[in-house]
Ligand binder design. Sequence first.
Ligand SMILES: NC(=O)c1ccc[n+]([C@@H]2O[C@H](COP(=O)([O-])OP(=O)(O)OC[C@H]3O[C@@H](n4cnc5c(N)ncnc54)[C@H](OP(=O)(O)O)[C@@H]3O)[C@@H](O)[C@H]2O)c1
Length: 227
Amino acid sequence: MCQTPLKRPSGWSSERSTTGQGEKHVEHRRKGRRHHRGSSGLGEATARLLASSGAKVFLGARRTERLNAVVTDIRRAGGQAASRTVDVTKRAEVEAFIRTAVEQFGRIDVVVNNAGVMASAPLAKALIDEWDRMIDINLKGVLYGIAAALPIFERQHGGQFINIASVAGLKVRAGNAVYAATKHAVRALSEGLRLEAGEGIRTTIISPGVVQSELPLGAPIPRAPRK
Ligand SMILES: NC(=O)c1ccc[n+]([C@@H]2O[C@H](COP(=O)([O-])OP(=O)(O)OC[C@H]3O[C@@H](n4cnc5c(N)ncnc54)[C@H](OP(=O)(O)O)[C@@H]3O)[C@@H](O)[C@H]2O)c1
């Protein structure tokens, strides 16, 4: 997801904002928070919040009809939004997505690398298709987003990556090793990017706790045969 914020969202305190280079560990507890049924999760909520605060948002995911519905909602509420279908495991699609965002809005100020899936199972189950899927989406998808947007940020002399990691990127639990590995990797490559990126290019890691979403299900794939 890309966005060209006009101003910082009014609902963000400095503690929750993503303007620093440090890592934010965000705990969202279920109790006391409003969750919208049928939400596609953190990415959708982020887009709605930013758009309601005046940012122009460009959304990407595989489910075109879901994207269209969110864009329609945002526009009805007076916000500015557009979308393009993208599968982040396909480098050419990610490049086209970023290119279209620039064509649409003239520049990109922030790229949120949010796409992710989680499949939990002990390593001994060897669900290798699911391992591949998590690595392709959670890790390579973020790398493709960086590869596509970094040259644009360098030309603009500014821009911000917000990479969505997880508490699983800080602590490994039994049954979650591969997901945790991808999120540790997101933190590592984000830190590398922070060290390497030129002046004006900021890198932020968000490590959410548990948030009710479609994450535990994700898009279905055929199960790998048990050995
Ligand atoms: N929910 C939590 O408790 C939690 C905690 C820590 C971190 N996170 C992280 O937060 C991020 C968002 O997760 P969520 O909880 O909001 O789950 P979600 O509701 O399942 O959202 C995942 C998003 O990723 C998109 N996506 C998945 N595969 C994709 C692909 N190949 N190409 C493009 N888009 C793809 C999905 O859209 P399509 O299916 O339409 O493509 C969806 O918009 C993930 O990186 C997740 O690891 C979540």
